[in-house]
Every structure is written in C-alpha cells, then in structure tokens.
Ligand binder design. Structure first.
Ligand code: SF4
Length: 258
C-alpha cells in the first residue's frame, strides 16, 4: 500500500493564487500512464486541499478505490441532491463500510431549495429547460461550489469516450474561476476497463448498472438505456439538444466538459 505525504512544501509559484505560469508548470508535471500515477502526481504537485467528487458510478468507484485503498490525501466528497436512487445511497454506505471512511456530503441550501420548488414545482424540471437547469443549480452546482471552496485540485471520473460532448477532455485543465486544477485520471479508460478494475478489487457497485442504467444521476432524471443507445442517453431523456449536462463542469469563463 502506498503512503503519500501531502505535507511537502508546495512549489513556490503556488504561494499565492494559481497563476498561469504556476498552472503551466504544474500541468507539465502531472503525467503518468495509470490513474494512480496521475493521482499521486497531482497530490505531489498541488499544495493544500484536493477534492474528488463522486456520484458512485463505475468510474467514480474505481477512483475511490485508488484514493482510499492507497490512502492518498485527497478528500472524497459527494453531492446529495435529495433525489438520488435508493440504490445509490446503498452504494454510498457500502463504500464507507469497505474502506472504513466517512464520505463528506454536501446538500442543497434549504432556503434556495424551498424557493425553487415553490416557483417551479417539485418536478418542474420536466416542463422547461430553464427549470431543469435551475434545479440542477440548486441541488448540484451550488453544493459543488461549497465542496470545492478552498480547494486547489479537483478530481473527477470523466472519460473522453462517454459522449461526443466529452471527446475534447484533457487530462488536466485549469478552472480559472475556482483557481484550481482539474484532473480526469480515467480520461483514456473505457467503461469496460473501469468495470474490470472495480470488479477485480471488489469495489461496491450500484446495482442499477446491471439493470441498464449506465450513467446514474437523480432518480427522476435517469432511465435505463436500450441496447445501442449512447451511454448518457438515459439522462434527461426528454431533452434532445445533444449536450445534456447538469452544469457541474461548465464555467462561464472556462467551459470544461462534464
Ligand atoms: S438531475 Fe433532475 S432532480 Fe437532479 S438536480 Fe438536475 S433536474 Fe434536479
């Protein structure tokens, strides 16, 4: 088991905010053929807080295993929207049991949630794109902002082959607004590779994956897909604009795909 020490002195360029030169230097050092090597490199290069946000899908579970089994000093956090499947909560609990950890959860602001439901209705997301994005903002984006507050690094389970929308992903990118580096350590993995890794290490997996749910989000906004459909076809399936994301990975000044 690898032991990592995050107490090392940060590169001097990181003394203040993340400058373009500091980002460039850090990105050049974050290399590696495997996700674990990439995570270790991120931990060595980035000072301070690094957060991995998980929704307990296959890719996220593979990354959780890399972090938790190797005790990397990367915080594992999740966004509890309040509308998740029971099977997702069960996967969350089994993950905590397997690794003996508590995964930090972030929840919608009660006042904003109440106002949003009052305005749009409890299932208003079905009736307009604006209401759907509003719900995603209250339940996901704003809690994500709290999860990443003060972080210098952000790890996600995005893969380049998940959708055409994600084909241009980079291994490491800059989130200029948040002042952090974003790492996608599974960028070049396939879904099958992530599944094989998780199964080889007895990582808890969401039972819904076996019932045709490939990409799992909130229960009212996720359905199983039919053979031949794209991996993310079951997300917000009533929308047909071909770029169906929840806003977690979009920034106004530096859009980065989810
Ligand atoms: S996925 Fe659906 S229920 Fe979940 S936050 Fe977005 S609109 Fe709301």
């Amino acid at each position: 088991m690898l032991e990592r020490d995050s107490s090392q002195e940060p590169p001097s360029e990181w003394a203040g905010s993340l400058t373009p030169s500091a980002a460039e230097a850090a990105i050049a050092r974050i290399t590696g053929a495997t996700p674990l090597e990439r995570l270790i490199a991120l931990r060595e290069v980035v000072p301070g807080k690094i957060v991995f946000t998980t929704s307990f899908g296959i890719e996220d579970q593979a990354i959780s295993h890399f972090i938790l089994a190797n005790r990397l000093k990367i915080e594992v956090a999740t966004l509890d929207t309040g509308r998740l499947f029971p099977e997702t909560y069960e996967t969350w609990a089994r993950t905590e049991e397997k690794y003996g950890v508590r995964i930090r959860s972030f929840h919608p602001d009660p006042g904003a949630l109440s106002a949003m439901i009052h305005d749009a209705g409890v299932n208003g997301f079905y009736y307009s794109k604006e209401a759907r994005l509003g719900c995603c903002h209250v339940r996901k984006v704003e809690p994500l902002n709290r999860a990443l507050a003060g972080a210098r690094g952000w790890v996600t389970g995005l893969r380049a082959d998940q959708s055409a929308n994600r084909a241009s992903l980079e291994l490491v990118s800059v989130d200029a607004e948040r002042g952090l580096l974003k790492l996608n350590p599974l960028i070049d993995w396939t879904r099958d590779a992530a599944l094989a890794h998780a199964q080889a290490h007895q990582v808890p997996l969401n039972w819904l994956h076996g019932e045709g749910f490939l990409s799992i989000g909130c229960a009212p906004c996720t359905r199983a897909i039919a053979p031949g459909e794209s991996e993310r076809a079951g997300r917000w399936w009533w929308e047909d604009d071909g770029k169906k994301e929840c806003g977690l990975h979009h920034r106004r000044s530096a859009p980065v795909e989810s």
